[in-house]
Design a binder for this molecule. Structure first.
Ligand SMILES: Cc1cc2nc3c(=O)[nH]c(=O)nc-3n(C[C@H](O)[C@H](O)[C@H](O)COP(=O)(O)O)c2cc1C
Length: 253
């Protein structure tokens, strides 16, 4: 059991209150600490992450443990992740249009199951705001992935244009861009992982991209659907698959 599981997580849980509020405060503290006194985080880095670098899709990751999308959606604590020892950070998911996400509460702790339920719904300040933030800072010392998704108000039929808007604004700042077609919290989003829909989306994004593209998949797909999805990714120049997003299966709880 790690120090995080033994000490830090129980302490954060004991703070009580709304888990999202705790998350936002922790993120704010990390952002401040890493800006002002990054050396304070060095013991954590030394304790946890001593892995070797690995190259995937031509990208040299400092180690195999990275920050998953959704933890720092608007990229507010970018210096914090390498300071803690993460080998890469995936920020986002951001959408072409800023949006508030689902109604609160939308994040729930299930301590007895060692789990959380997330119904955030892509709360984010939008792709332009993230581009503005990234423009003002130096490049991340570890690879930066940027996850893009569909704005809730955009009809599914216009999804490709919505993703293209985010790709065009953000790819120059990213070491890779993740195409999120697997969140369960935007109505209809997962239908974009179907064969025909994914083919349309991925072919347009690949055409426009100057950076490696990864497709993030749901863990709830059938074997047939996984086969079709991989077929589409291979047919285009998709650099990799990110497995996996949040499940909608509650059987293990
Ligand atoms: C609070 C929360 C928010 C998340 N937001 C995103 C997101 O914006 N984009 C995304 O691709 N995945 C998001 N995820 C999914 C994680 O990146 C990761 O894929 C998932 O949590 C892994 O599944 P597991 O938690 O069952 O291990 C989120 C997860 C949580 C818990």
């Amino acid at each position: 059991m790690s120090l995080y599981e033994k000490t830090l997580r129980p302490a954060l849980f004991r703070l009580g209150g709304d888990p999202e509020t705790v998350h936002v405060r922790t993120l704010g503290a990390l952002a401040k600490l890493s800006r002002r006194t990054p050396v304070a985080l060095a013991p954590v880095k030394a304790r946890f992450f001593r892995g070797d670098p690995v190259v995937v899709a031509g990208i040299r990751f400092a180690n195999r443990v990275g920050l998953a999308a959704g933890m720092d959606k608007d990229g507010v604590a970018l210096d914090g992740w390498p300071a803690l020892g993460f080998g890469f950070a995936e920020i986002g998911t951001v959408t072409a249009k800023p949006q508030p996400g689902n109604d609160k509460p939308r994040l729930f702790r299930l301590p007895a199951s060692g789990a959380i339920i997330n119904r955030m719904g892509f709360n984010n300040a939008g792709a332009q705001a993230l581009a503005d933030r990234l423009e003002k800072r130096r490049r991340s010392v570890v690879p930066l992935g940027i996850s893009i998704g569909k704005s809730k108000v955009t009809p599914l039929a216009d999804a490709t244009q919505d993703y293209l808007t985010s790709l065009r604004l953000l790819q120059r700042y990213a070491d890779y861009v993740a195409i999120n077609v697997s969140s369960p919290n935007t109505p209809g989003l997962r239908s974009l992982a179907g064969k025909a829909e994914l083919n349309e989306l991925v072919s347009a994004l690949v055409e426009e991209s100057t950076t490696p593209l990864f497709v993030k998949v749901a863990p709830d797909l059938t074997n047939v659907a996984i086969g079709e999805l991989i077929g589409v990714c291979l047919a285009h120049r998709v650099a990799g698959i990110i497995a996996t997003n949040t499940t909608i299966d509650r059987a293990a709880l």
